[in-house]
Design a protein around this ligand. Sequence first.
Ligand code: SF4
Ligand code: ZN
Length: 312
Amino acid sequence: MPLPDRDRAACSRCGTAAVYLQRVTGRHLCAGHLAEEVEARARKTLADDGISLAERSVAVALSGGKDSTVLLSLLHGIARETRDLDLVAVTVDEGIAGYREETLRAAAAITARLGIAHRTTSFEELFGEPLDRLVEGEESRACSLCGILRRKALMVIAREEGAACIATGHNLDDEAQSVLMNWLRGDRDRLLRDPLHHAGREFVARCKPLREIPEKEVALYGMIRGLFSPMPECPYRHTALRGEARAMLNAVEQRYPGTLERMVEGQRRLARVAREPAPPGQCERCGDPASGRICQACRVLEGVAFRTARRP
Ligand code: SF4
Ligand code: ZN
């Protein structure tokens, strides 16, 4: 049960009832000041990345979940101020029964509410089969396949829309989990890759305006702004290494506040001191960025085509 206002700690900035203790700084924040700080950090990240939204059209990856809904709403707020910002929300239906239907409805509802153009596509439309079919019999690969093909789908639509940048809703927790997963997998290339590197002229750049903001603050911001209600969780969520990375980091962050930030910053420093990795080459099949001759998406789809041909 929420505490009555008189029993709550006071906001460190204005003295009214606080809704959140920011453990890293030791400050209590009221709803208004928490929302203000979340918005300010997203704007600063965009500015730090050199993304001048006023000059760019942005494709916003919108799953219908909390992070992407918050991202869309934040960018919409900035768009209203700059006026000439061109936003299009892009939703990819991976084809996950019992989970996607509700988030797709939520994505359609928020774009209609904000009056933002909305493109939808699906794995079935682009790659021939829904994710549920693509991973039949090897469900433990669901998240890695899903991530690779979703990136590909977003790139296809962003190009069709003439977008200069794809914005995704990754938050600080996601970024720290990725760093830990790269360590756990011994993925030297990803550990040394500059995460702030943007694609060159030929590819659509990517940006993550929420990457400095903890998941908890993104969720609270969404509640304060009345942006979403609880959503079902993806049934494949527990097959991913990410789930274990999340549990480990949450436990460490609880005992040592600031661990997530230090982890992400440490990786960036590592990437800075490492030699500049060679720029990505192009996939021989589809022309997208690839570290080898063929990109990951084309390799996955080749396997799918082979398995589909052998199906009775
Ligand atoms: Fe895709 Fe995995 Fe996320 Fe489910 S949990 S939507 S399978 S990446
Ligand atoms: Zn306040």
